[in-house]
Design a protein around this ligand. Structure first.
Ligand code: TRP
Length: 332
């Protein structure tokens, strides 16, 4: 055994991955595999808390796996798996839901948001979603959970559940911490730059998908909403559109915000937007090509998720067995 810290994170296959998913999450995930023991999952069980088209769900999940790899997450150095392939997630989730309070779940802002948006499908899974997420994390005794700031509340609840459980049964679960990256963390919508770039809002052209073609990416950046000034200056409060474009350009080129302000001093928005578009096109080009190549090799992808499920199950089942024993289930 090594003493590397453990990382776990996941993304729902409820829509195509975006530039925001890449710059906000996947780039960092790939970099972490050298230092940490990383588990990255495709949380299809979370995705069905809203209604999914079955063929599309399968396709999105497989594409997501190919994209994890294409973004540099090496399947030999990381554990890449599909949540529903590791039954321990469903099993521990049930147990944890018996140690999670109705009041706690009622206070989750994601639940309140999603319930408001899907008034016709406020199902029990949407409500108990955080218990499944806690299971995802606690099964692997994760130390750190890279997430966007919107998921912090779920990690805090995970800790509360773990503390409660440990308080009754002794040290079973490691207490995880959220790991919220500072740079590139929040890529905003190009049409509504005060909203996070989200896969659920692709219709208006404010969202760039990882598989978008170069000409579509260029068009999205040329149409990006800015402001009525003409200076290329980072000012999040007053110039959210330009600030977002500066962030994106910085993330794609490695240049600092200051360097970018200098580079475009005295230039117009049109020139800048085209430059940002080109930088994004070049960043995404190899990822798109590699994703398409991997998607054509289904047997390879299958070998990756099979191997991932085996590896993940070994760790997860260890924790699950311990939990079952502690709570008094008869050993099989
Ligand atoms: N709830 C997360 C989201 O919507 C996805 C998720 C599910 C997750 N299980 C996880 C993230 C475990 C980190 C760790 O973004």
């Amino acid at each position: 055994m090594d003493d590397k810290k453990t990382i776990l994170s996941g993304i729902q296959p409820s829509g195509a991955l975006t530039l925001g998913s890449y710059l906000g999450a996947l780039v960092n995930w790939a970099a972490m595999s050298e230092i940490y023991d990383c588990y990255y999952t495709i949380v299809d069980m979370h995705a069905i808390t809203s209604r999914q088209n079955p063929a599309q769900l399968r396709n999105t999940a497989l594409t997501q796996l190919a994209q994890y790899i294409a973004c540099g997450i090496d399947p030999d150095k990381n554990t890449l798996f599909i949540q529903s392939h590791v039954p321990a997630h469903a099993e521990l989730s049930w147990v944890l839901s018996c140690y999670t309070m109705f009041g706690e779940l009622s206070r989750m802002t994601q639940f309140k948001d999603k319930a408001a948006k899907n008034a016709d499908n406020i199902n029990a899974g949407l409500f108990t979603y955080p218990a499944l997420m806690a299971a995802d994390i606690l099964l692997y005794q994760a130390d750190l959970v890279p997430v966007g700031s919107d998921q912090k509340q779920h990690i805090e609840l995970t800790r509360d559940i773990a503390v409660r459980f440990n308080g009754i049964y002794g040290d079973v679960f490691n207490l995880p911490e959220p790991y919220i990256p500072k740079v590139g963390a929040r890529i905003m919508d190009l049409q509504a730059p005060t909203n996070k770039m989200s896969k659920s809002e692709i219709a208006d052209g404010g969202c760039v998908l990882l598989l978008d073609k170069p000409e579509d990416i260029m068009r999205a950046f040329k149409r990006a909403v800015t402001d009525s000034e003409s200076s290329i200056r980072y000012d999040l409060a007053n110039k959210p559109g330009i600030s977002n474009l500066i962030q994106i350009y910085s993330a794609c080129t490695g240049k600092s915000l200051d360097e970018i302000e200098c580079e475009f001093e005295g230039q117009g928005y049109g020139v800048f937007k085209a430059k940002v578009g080109e930088a994004v096109v070049e960043t995404l080009r190899p990822i798109r090509e590699e994703t398409l190549r991997l998607l054509a090799d289904k047997s390879y992808l299958r070998s990756v998720y099979d191997q991932g499920a085996d590896k993940a199950s070994r760790t997860a089942n260890k924790t699950l067995r311990k939990v079952y024993k502690k709570i008094g289930f008869i050993e099989r």
